[in-house]
Design a protein around this ligand. Structure first.
Ligand SMILES: [Zn+2]
Length: 397
């Protein structure tokens, strides 16, 4: 847990961190296992891999190295200094990790981490004892490195890559946040996967092959939707969303039902008229019931879904490589899109009856939710829950 015990004491302290200077580009940075030693594998469900690709396969070349995330040069882990984030605070607190001891082999740390992947208890011990960090469970947070690893230069591909099913997610607030994506399907998907260097076997017919799904029965073999972020916007009123709806013509729009109940009901009518029916616009209400299903009321256009369940679905698309974003993702909405995506942390809590539950923490995280509503819109398209004048089959999305 992040907010209790030693971790909370450290949070209120001077927060001394071990910083090292890159010998090549001279960037000074806190030594960080999740940026300098490991990275998310590009393959869906591929987990983690060492940043030091040259030495990843074999120990014959020597120990794994911590690598600068700016220029890729090896870092000298031991040659650093203590830097306080809050030098003015009375209580001194030092973040100590085995990584900063240059005589502890990185390969041993990496192997401990790899072996702990499927065992939450081992993983917790690894976070606490090896990295000196509070444990956040798998899928605990999106990181800048992860989002950057999903960037893709769309212009490199032909216009064939424009997906045919578009979705929109809106988080209502002042300002409201809007996210638009499309589902990449069929031949476009296979071409995009190939361009992304996915180690998936190509098939001439049928859906793209996903090794994870092989063991499952036939009807469950539809691959997860591959979704491409088209853009993100900030708007001062829902009326301003109208022009985005006209421009992108999404097949499905999801917007949070609260707190602007009347405004979202009116918007549903307006946008429905633009895109082929109010059945394509869903108002979303978060529940806290830990039920992993989406409850739909077609007459009122209300979709009820457990908050953690939906946010998990959305975050896992990033983590597992089913979400790709434009190469300028860090510039969207003057950086706010990525910033807000990285705010929430998935933490474990206990209910009043002592039952452990997971939840995503709150904060300035509006785009994280707009992204999740957009994800829900894709899910509703996929399951044929979007009514309207189209008759297109959704098979294979
Ligand atoms: Zn560097």
């Amino acid at each position: 847990m992040s907010d209790f015990g030693i971790s909370a004491l450290y949070e209120g302290s001077s927060k001394h961190r071990w910083v090292v200077t890159c010998p090549s580009c001279e960037k000074e940075d806190e030594l960080d296992f999740f940026r300098h030693v490991v990275k998310r594998s590009g393959a869906p469900g591929g987990g983690w891999e060492p940043v030091d690709e040259d030495r990843a396969a074999s120990s014959a070349e020597g120990d794994l190295r911590a690598m600068c995330d700016e220029c890729g040069a090896p870092l000298d882990r031991g040659a650093g200094r203590w830097l306080a984030l809050h030098p003015e605070r009375q209580r001194r607190g030092f973040h100590i990790s085995k990584l900063m001891d240059g005589s502890t082999p990185v390969r041993g740390i990496w192997e401990q981490f790899r072996e702990a992947q499927d065992d939450p208890k081992l993983l917790q011990r690894f976070y606490n004892a090896v990295l000196g960090l509070p444990y956040s469970p798998e899928g605990g947070k999106l990181t800048l490195a992860l989002v950057k690893s999903r960037r893709f230069r769309y212009a490199d591909l032909s216009s064939r890559f424009w997906g045919s099913v578009r979705t929109m997610g809106i988080d209502v607030g002042s300002p409201s946040k809007v996210v638009v994506s499309d589902l990449v399907e069929g031949q476009q998907r296979r071409d995009l996967e190939e361009a992304l260097g996915r180690p998936w076997k190509r098939q001439e017919q049928g859906p793209a092959h996903d090794p994870e799904l092989d063991a499952k029965p036939k009807e469950e073999q539809r691959p997860r939707a591959l979704r491409r972020l088209l853009g993100a916007w900030e708007v001062r009123s829902l009326a301003e969303v109208d022009r985005l709806v006209e421009r992108f013509r999404p097949r499905c729009i999801c917007i949070d039902a609260l707190p602007e109940i009347e405004a979202t009901i009116a918007a549903r009518k307006r946008w429905g008229a633009l895109i082929g029916g109010a059945g394509r616009v869903w108002r979303v209400q978060y529940l806290f019931d830990q039920v992993r299903e989406i409850g739909l009321d077609h007459s009122s256009g209300l979709a009820k879904v457990d908050r953690t369940y939906l946010l998990d679905l959305s975050a896992r698309d990033w983590q597992d490589g089913y979400r790709v974003c434009p190469s300028n993702v860090e510039e969207l909405v003057r950086g706010a899109y990525v910033q807000e995506l990285l705010v929430p942390t998935r933490v474990e809590e206990e209910t009043s009856r002592g039952i452990p539950v997971f939840r995503w923490t709150k904060g300035k995280d509006h785009f994280f939710h707009a992204d999740a509503y957009d994800r829900l819109a894709a899910e509703l398209c996929r399951h044929g829950q979007v009514t309207g004048e189209q008759s297109r089959a959704f098979e294979g999305l």
